[in-house]
Ligand binder design. Structure first.
Ligand SMILES: Nc1ncnc2c1ncn2[C@@H]1O[C@H](COP(=O)(O)OP(=O)(O)O)[C@@H](O)[C@H]1O
Ligand SMILES: N[C@@H](CCOP(=O)(O)O)C(=O)O
Length: 317
């Protein structure tokens, strides 16, 4: 008897994209063809089990019961049961290539790949929007509050705006195809939950007005195809000033990237990964050379020049 297996890949992502705290996210696709993201496969089995491999597998919490993929499985089963579907009898495997606490949407990537593979294996009982709700719920269990700015781009691809509504939860935005998105992970770990606790509970009227203006003018600029105006809006009035203390050499990194003509520079998600946007590949390479030499702190660090991953999560046959 052949055992049916379904395998999914979900790309890394930049949460917030500086100007859209919890509301904007971008999926990444390195231009050198590296697959930057996690893989999950689901195979028919009498009993559930989870195996894990990959470069960062040994940094995950010990015990498969603490792996977010096991929690995704339990959540998917209870959703199947409460909607009158048959249980899914499978074992799962996670190939963990994204560093944990990196600001590259590592937990989101595992969550998205797990739900996408399970939903496909079960014959697609849930719609894209319902799956996104489940993904957001699981991301919330890890980071302390539900936010979709990693799971949504990782699942549907591209540059994505969260609506705050039940349906659709997320909307794909147009973006400038010529932009390069450079990301550099320094090699240290920053807990998203802790980085969220650093933020104030309230903001000034002036910051609030800036946040609303920047996000709305940015979205306008994407539709108006005005990349200069769009790039000008890409600064962070919500998180950066409070979180950059966790990121050694953050200000130097910004200065170096700006000297190399960065259109924008900021923290990817809660860090320590930083991102820069460049119009020219040559500029992106110059920034990359500086960041690799000066921002990376240990052997775990790396950088990639990316384009947006327009496809999002995919199934692999
Ligand atoms: N498959 C998984 N991938 C990533 N993190 C996981 C996974 N399973 C459990 N975790 C735990 O979830 C937490 C993720 O932390 P977080 O700071 O949100 O990371 P990231 O920003 O990279 O998603 C860590 O405590 C990590 O040990
Ligand atoms: N909007 C979230 C994004 C967290 O991204 P991660 O990749 O660091 O998990 C936040 O800024 O808290």
């Amino acid at each position: 008897m052949t055992v049916k297996t379904t395998k999914a890949f979900a790309p890394a992502s930049i949460g917030n994209v500086s100007l859209g705290f919890d509301l904007l996210g971008a999926a990444l696709h390195p231009i050198d063809g590296t697959t930057l993201g996690d893989w999950v496969s689901v195979s028919d089995a009498d009993e559930f089990s989870l195996s894990v491999d990959g470069q960062f597998a040994d940094r995950l919490p010990p015990g498969t019961e603490n792996n977010i993929v096991t929690k995704c499985y339990a959540y998917f089963q209870s959703s199947l049961s409460s909607s009158g579907h048959a249980p899914l009898k499978v074992k799962m495997h996670l190939h963990k290539t994204l560093p944990i606490g990196s600001g590259l949407g590592s937990s989101a990537s595992s969550i998205v790949a797990a739900f996408h593979a399970m939903n496909e294996h079960a014959g697609k009982p849930f719609s894209e929007n319902t799956l996104l709700v489940m993904m957001g719920e699981l991301e919330g269990q890890i980071s302390g509050s539900v936010h979709y700015d990693n799971v949504a781009p990782s699942y549907i691809g591209g540059l994505v705006l969260m609506t705050g509504e039940d349906s659709p939860i997320a909307a794909k935005l147009p973006c400038f195809e010529n932009w390069y998105w450079l990301v550099c992970y320094s090699g240290i770990s920053v807990s998203t939950a802790e980085a969220r606790r650093l933020l104030p509970k309230q903001y000034t009227l002036s910051d609030t007005l800036d946040f609303g203006r920047q996000l709305s003018v940015f979205v306008h600029s994407l539709y108006a195809k005005n990349e200069v105006l769009a790039a000008k809006m890409m600064t962070d009035v919500i998180a950066e000033q409070h979180r950059k203390v966790l990121l050694p050499r953050f200000d130097d990194a910004r200065e170096a990237c700006m000297r190399s003509n960065a259109l924008a520079f900021g923290i990817s998600g809660s860090g320590p990964t930083v991102f820069a946007v460049a119009r020219e590949l040559e500029d992106a390479k110059n920034m990359q050379a500086w960041l690799e030499k000066e921002y990376i702190q240990n052997d775990d660090g790396f950088s990639h020049i990316c384009k947006l991953d327009i496809e999002g999560a995919i199934l692999i046959s």
